[in-house]
Write a protein that binds this ligand. Structure first.
Ligand SMILES: *[C@@H]1O[C@H](CO)[C@@H](O)[C@H](O)[C@H]1NC(C)=O
Ligand SMILES: *[C@@H]1O[C@H](CO)[C@@H](O)[C@H](O)[C@H]1NC(C)=O
Ligand SMILES: *[C@@H]1O[C@H](CO)[C@@H](O)[C@H](O)[C@H]1NC(C)=O
Ligand SMILES: *[C@@H]1O[C@H](CO)[C@@H](O)[C@H](O)[C@H]1NC(C)=O
Ligand SMILES: *[C@@H]1O[C@H](CO)[C@@H](O)[C@H](O)[C@H]1NC(C)=O
Length: 788
């Protein structure tokens, strides 16, 4: 008898794809907080009803609670009206549907969930019921369909009162938005962590419940033999993930105007699809831990996104909608993007240089969504252009709508015939006469799900099964925000291109890719700030002036860094065009990291092949440690650009297996190398920063700097750890043809103010000793540092 029961449970698990946590059948209490809201009405109750129907006659038993702030008398009828309207799926007969619905209604009730006492009452009710009916509890599922600001409070109440004792599980489902940038996502994550364990949280992205999206990893796995050799930069031309909408934002503007399309769609849905397409294949696609780890790895190896990796737009009527809905005056301007196209790159050899386009917008010409892997096609057809091998080679994961009405995976016939191992999918051979992404449907192998499933219903059943691979872990969420936040901040104050909406958009939103940068293809009327009102453009411009009688460039951080990178590139090109090698000395510290990222994006145009990179200073630690300046330079710049190894000159701080010992002569060694390779030991370009105490390079206040005499390189002492350093001296710095002093951040404002007043006193403010004898000095100071 015992054996039979165990077998039955195993069979159940196999059937329903139980997660790693395993499933023991029992009673499940489902609580939808916000149970009479819009999302619950449209999707959630339908999902829970399907869950119930699928479990009838085996598996779990249920009770359902719709929760909300309203008192039960008022809200109960509303909830039941919603529940009664929930449809059955097509394969359930009408009579059976009526019976099931009747049962479902009997298992459901409304509860006011406002105070701790309300949650306490709910917990007591659940326990009483379990006891009275002698049921074993499997778990409690809370679905928070409420605004995100309420999450922390509700989670705390759940933890305080509704946590089941002993074996049963607790699962709490959260809906986006999970913050609006890295910082706020982190704050929310920290608050939630106080009340819920990571494994108890299910952050939903309904895209991961779409059948075609769920199919990406299995498809890649099933066709691994064919795909492995071509899933790389040698064969992939481009990856596109596109979601086009025809709707506007009416009725949603209070939310939308704060978020915009990047936060609403790109940061979550499209990013998830991108990771599924590019992540390393897990050995086991059902292993959540492995799937999430591989996703995280891809998210962490994306090249940084900045202003030049995005174009944004706003449909024309948006401004008026916002004015009306948010009760603003006629001169109010919203810079919220309702369209965005972003160009991303994965910084891994497998995908080097492969453009990944993420695009979404409102008020476009059609409603459709897809992810396409377009392969290179090296065949040139002289005569018969229609022959199959001349046509685009592509794999399309088609989410639905548009010209093809159903969800499907499409593989061009000139690529390969995909395997069909999954019983839930079938091949389609009868087609309407349609073109999908440039190919007639008959030029594809087409696979589609045997049975259509609704994304929420699908995800709800995975929550019950404890399958976490379709949900967003805290770590992955933060990694996604770490990718998107810098882009969002760099777009602050940018004016979106205004587009008319629908078919009238014509080619206005077409995109042009150039290296690592993206632009609009047509330079049509760029509607400037004067046409739509708002802040004057000068506040976003680069300003030039004088600082300490040298030249100064000032701008907001992003523009400043871009300008410095451009100046550096120009200097490099001038030298290389003369037929010489460009000698560049770079400083360490955190200030130049933004510049390094920017330079990494100049990957294609900068003459890296003819550039030698030297260090301004180095800490006396092994070069492989994170404290090493060279290590950071390597991580943030050198490994992203094509520069020959022998052009890279780290400082020899480690000799004879020890660090910076005078008699090992590291400084002299570097000076000698400099003398041998650089004409007159005179760098073409030296980048310096300034510390809070006025130090530059590793030349610190009171550091007896005059004692270095004619030496170009010296060992120095820092007041902060690690104390020992190696540094270029003023003799070396002041020989340079050009020196750039980069100063950024509010924290440096005080120093900048002092520096603008003090005389040259290199002993107290070493940076004042920077005075190129035959070259030029330019200060690059951002507005935060300059204006405070
Ligand atoms: C839940 O509440 C208890 C106290 O009731 C607390 O000790 C615990 O840390 C809270 N958080 C989690 C994740 O259990
Ligand atoms: C794949 O992972 C799932 C969940 O961890 C596990 O149940 C299953 O046995 C694994 N399959 C294989 C072939 O290892
Ligand atoms: C809109 O603004 C008007 C005038 O300022 C005010 O009287 C009205 O209450 C506001 N309505 C809303 C919905 O905020
Ligand atoms: C080295 O620099 C000197 C002075 O700037 C210049 O006249 C000379 O042409 C340079 N030599 C080479 C080989 O570039
Ligand atoms: C500046 O240039 C002059 C003439 O070319 C040269 O003699 C002198 O050494 C240079 N000074 C430095 C510090 O490079």
């Amino acid at each position: 008898m015992l054996v039979t029961v165990v077998l039955l449970l195993v069979a159940l698990c196999a059937d329903r794809g139980c997660g790693e946590e395993g499933q023991r059948a029992g009673h499940v209490s489902v609580v939808v907080v916000g149970g009479t809201g819009d999302l619950a009405r449209k999707y959630l109750w339908q999902g829970f009803f399907h869950l119930y129907v699928n479990q009838v006659g085996g598996g779990h038993t249920f009770s359902f609670y719709g929760g909300g702030l309203s008192p039960a008398e008022a809200a109960t009828p509303v909830l039941f009206e919603i529940l009664k309207a929930v449809p059955c799926s097509k394969d359930v007969s009408e009579e059976r549907c009526a019976i099931l619905k009747e049962q479902f209604l009997r298992l459901s009730q409304y509860r006011q969930l406002k105070t701790v006492e309300d949650y306490q009452d709910l917990a007591e009710h659940i326990e009483r019921q379990l006891q009275q009916e002698g049921m074993r509890e499997a778990g409690r599922l809370f679905y928070l369909s409420v605004p995100a600001f309420a999450y922390a409070d509700i989670a705390e109440k759940i933890n305080g009162t509704c946590r089941p004792a002993g074996g049963p599980w607790l699962r709490v489902v959260l809906e986006k938005p999970f913050g609006h940038d890295y910082r706020s996502a982190q704050v929310l994550a920290t608050q939630l962590r106080g009340s819920l364990k990571e494994e108890e949280m299910y952050r939903i992205d309904h895209y991961l419940g779409k059948q075609v999206v769920s199919k990406i990893l299995p498809f890649r796995t099933e066709n691994r033999k064919v795909l492995d050799p071509i899933w790389n930069r040698h064969h992939i031309e481009r990856i596109e993930i596109v979601l086009k909408e025809t709707l506007d934002c009416k009725g949603r503007n209070a939310f939308y105007n704060e978020y915009g399309v990047i936060r609403d769609v790109l940061q979550n849905h499209l990013t998830e699809v991108m990771t599924l397409l590019t992540m390393r294949l897990p050995a086991n696609v059902s292993n959540s831990e492995e799937v999430l780890r591989h996703k995280l790895q891809i998210l962490s190896s994306m090249l940084p996104l900045g202003k030049n990796q995005a174009v944004i737009g706003q449909y024309q009527a948006y401004k008026a909608e916002v004015q009306q809905e948010l009760n603003k005056t006629k001169d109010h301007v919203s810079l919220t993007a309702t369209f965005a196209a972003v160009l991303a790159h994965v910084d891994e050899p497998q995908y080097e240089g492969v453009p990944i386009l993420l695009i979404s917008g409102k008020m476009l010409d059609e409603r459709m969504g897809y992810a396409r892997i377009l392969f290179k096609n090296d065949v040139f057809c002289l005569q018969n252009h229609h022959s199959v091998h001349c046509k685009p080679k592509q794999i399309v994961f088609y989410f639905g709508q548009g010209s093809l009405q159903y969800a499907a995976v499409l593989v061009s016939k000139n690529l390969f015939k995909p395997a069909l191992k999954d019983q839930e999918w079938k091949e389609v051979t009868e087609h309407a006469d349609v073109i999908v992404l440039g190919l007639h449907i008959s030029d594809y192998y087409v696979q589609t799900p045997v049975k259509e499933k609704e994304a929420y219903a699908e995800l709800i059943s995975r929550i019950l099964a404890g399958q976490k691979n379709s949900f967003i872990s805290t770590e992955n969420l933060l990694a996604s925000w770490a990718l998107w936040t810098p882009l969002l901040s760099s777009l602050t104050g940018s004016f979106p291109r205004i587009y008319p909406g629908g078919a009238d958009n014509g080619d206005m939103l077409d995109i042009h890719l150039k290296g690592k940068e993206i632009r609009y293809n047509s330079e049509v009327v760029v509607i400037g700030p004067d046409q739509i009102g708002g802040p004057s453009p000068s506040s976003f411009q680069v300003m030039q002036g004088k600082f300490r009688s040298a030249d100064m460039v000032s701008a907001w951080t992003e523009e400043l860094v871009e300008r410095l990178a451009a100046d550096m590139e120009e200097a490099a090109e001038a030298v290389v065009n003369e037929g010489s090698l460009f000698h560049l000395a770079l400083s360490g510290g955190s200030t130049p990291l933004a510049l390094f990222h920017r330079l990494a994006l100049h990957h294609f145009s900068f003459p890296w092949w003819n550039t030698h990179v030297w260090m301004v200073d180095e800490r006396c630690v092994p070069l492989t440690e994170v404290e090493s300046n060279f290590y950071n330079l390597h991580q943030h710049l050198l490994r992203h650009v094509k520069i020959p190894y022998y052009n890279i000159h780290p400082m020899p701080v480690q000799l004879n297996q020890r660090l910076c010992v005078e008699e090992d002569g590291g400084a002299q060694l570097y000076e000698k190398e400099l003398g041998e390779l650089v004409n007159g030991s005179s760098f073409h370009f030296v980048l310096l920063g300034v510390g809070y105490d006025g130090h530059t390079a590793s030349l610190f206040p009171g550091g007896k700097l005059s004692e270095f005499g004619e030496s170009l390189v010296a060992l120095t002492e820092s007041p902060v750890k690690p104390h020992q350093r190696m540094s270029l001296t003023f003799s070396a710095i002041n020989r340079a043809r050009r020196v750039a002093l980069l100063v950024m951040g509010k924290g440096k404002h005080e120093l900048v103010t002092q520096l603008s007043r003090v005389k040259d006193t290199a002993d107290k403010y070493p940076v004042t000793g920077v005075k190129p004898a035959n070259g030029s000095l330019v200060w690059y100071i951002d507005y935060d540092a300059l204006l405070g």
